[in-house]
Design a protein around this ligand. Sequence first.
Ligand code: NI
Length: 136
Amino acid sequence: MVYLTRVEHFNAAHKLYNDNWSEAENLEVFGKCANANWHGHNYELHVTIKGEPNPQTGFIFNAKTLSTLIKDVIVERVDHRNLNLDVDFMKGKFTSAENFAMSIWNELKPHIEKEGVQLHKLKLQETPNIYVEYYG
Ligand code: NI
């Protein structure tokens, strides 16, 4: 079994805020991420697939095709958007890196499996110091 990772970038705005809490409570838990007027991140999305290389090509799957698929299914829908307001698959969810990674997985998985490829892992880098990993 071989693992292949494709990395894509996008920028998006969000805020982390619990409507049931006071502003002070939100600030205490979410810090700057609770800023009422939003803030942005330069996200890095690592998509790892797994499989055996095709004897005709030596590839598990064409990395360029994988890139196009990730762009069509995810990047086009989130890049330069507000995750809380603009992104249908994040509606009603906290836009934490954890939830975002899990939602991206759910969106991407059927499209990757349709190509006969197994999705292994998503890594979503939110800041240079924070990333989450999800294996489904
Ligand atoms: Ni944030």
